[in-house]
Design a protein around this ligand. Structure first.
Ligand code: PMT
Length: 415
């Protein structure tokens, strides 16, 4: 948490400047006050008005503005901050920092500051690996400047490699590590205190006989991270998990099951909850008649045919209207094509409030991997989230749950 922390965000001129808008939102969600300095080049990519609207503060650009100097001198800008963040940090601003130039407001503030500085580089891969840049980065690191990223990946200039600015969530987490930690009140720290949550996670196994089963590649990483995040925000969590090798999250009641039937029974046994999040990859079908003993392979006999029958739909069951229905039911949609359209349809068919849609085509590595790229689909629309670690997806989702459950009924009803 960043309650009461003051961050001076310097937005320089690069295509990644659009991510600075998202960064402001992530920081404000954590309780920080954000004030912006926008360079002339930065203003080619984002408008002062957008920054002003998101920070609810004046945006500073001009070193020679008499009004700004009388209201807030450039030295005062850095004095007033707990941390200076340069995002995106272009090749140009990093070079000017390394050289100690003070030829505009951003570079002057950076030269005049005695506060810690975090930079999030963003530039073409060849610029990032150029000997001049390598030397500048080394100089800045020696002076105590902290770097986050750049990340590896596809770039706006159609090249690939290190140079992408870190995602806003990653930068916000780094800022939290640098200056966070002091929390204001128990209710801000534990917004889900007094709330009960149910989470399903992992795969189910549907027996064909005592030694064989139908299942899938879910590792439980995403569902377990969600249970941990809800518990961290103060909820009393029951996690119903299929067979996984990830560790049980701390502070969570874990019920271990094998099949979809057992998962449904365990969910109903959990009693009334305020929020249910179904992240498990439940097998849609099971054997109509599982064999009581191992099915034998016999020479010259054709392989047995498999008759399948539908499993109960746990998400749809929990979403049914009635006194037992949780205030908020969240499903996942694992899709390999038409991600958003299929997920919107799934939300309606299953009757849940929100759907977290994720692309699970083989190339994404979502099943079993460490990262996830999701869309959050609600009655209000579709939010596209950046690629995040599964822990970050979990914490962001838990934060959204806390916001939703904390809203007065009249607001919910008005939506
Ligand atoms: O476990 P990981 O390796 O970390 O991977 C995470 C994940 C990909 C498993 C997870 O993020 C995810 O997408 N989980 C949902 C997988 C799934 O089964 O999706 P679906 O589109 O088939 O099902 C839609 C929703 O209905 C899901 O919330 C599912 O839990 C629920 N469902 C499905 C079938 C059924 N019989 N009962 C259900 O409750």
């Amino acid at each position: 948490m960043l309650h009461g922390k003051r961050i001076l965000l310097i937005v320089a001129g690069g295509i990644a400047a659009f991510k600075s808008l998202e960064l402001i939102r992530r920081l404000r969600e954590r309780g920080a006050n954000v004030r912006c300095v926008l360079t002339d080049a930065g203003a080619k990519f984002v408008t002062p008005l957008s920054l002003q609207a998101l920070t609810e503060d004046k945006v500073y650009s001009d070193m020679f503005s008499l009004t700004d100097e009388s209201e807030m001198g450039h030295i005062q800008l850095s004095r007033d901050a707990d941390l200076l963040v340069v995002a995106p940090a272009t090749a140009n601003i990093l070079a000017r920092m390394a050289a100690g130039l003070a030829d505009d407001l951003a570079s002057t503030v950076l030269l005049a500051t005695d506060k810690r500085v975090l930079v999030a580089p963003a530039m073409n891969v060849r610029m990032w690996t150029h000997a001049a840049m390598v030397a500048n980065v080394e100089t800045l690191k020696k002076r105590g400047i902290t770097f986050i990223g750049p990340n590896d990946g596809a770039m706006a200039c159609n090249e690939h490699g290190p140079g992408r600015m870190s995602e806003p969530e990653e930068i916000a987490a780094a800022i939290e590590q640098m200056i966070g930690g002091e929390r204001t009140s128990a209710s801000a720290e534990k917004p889900l205190a007094g709330k009960r949550a149910l989470v399903t996670s992992g795969p189910t196994r549907e027996a064909l006989d005592p030694v064989r089963y139908i299942s899938n590649h879910s590792s439980g990483k995403q569902g377990h991270a969600i249970a941990a995040a809800l518990a961290q925000l103060g909820a009393e969590v029951t996690l119903v998990s299929g067979p996984v090798s990830v560790a049980d999250p701390r502070g969570v009641r874990v019920v271990k099951i094998d099949s979809a039937d057992q998962m449904l029974a365990a969910c109903l046994d959990a009693g009334r909850v305020d929020v249910a999040i179904c992240a498990a990859a439940v097998a849609d079908w099971k054997a109509a008649k599982p064999a009581a003993s191992k099915i034998k392979k016999k020479a010259g006999v054709a392989p047995p045919s498999l008759e399948l029958t539908a499993n109960p739909d746990i998400l749809a069951t929990l979403s049914k209207p009635g006194a037992r229905r949780p205030s908020l039911v969240v499903g996942f949609a694992a899709e390999t094509e038409n991600l958003v359209a299929n997920a919107i349809d799934k939300r309606t068919r299953k009757g849940c409030d929100w759907i977290v849609a994720n692309d699970v085509s083989a190339a994404t590595g979502t099943f079993g991997g460490e990262r996830n790229t999701v869309h959050l689909i609600t009655a209000q629309g579709v939010q596209e989230w950046p690629t995040l670690s599964k822990d970050e997806v979990a914490m962001r989702l838990a934060g959204a749950v806390a916001l939703q459950l904390g809203r007065p009924r009249s607001i919910k009803a008005a939506e």
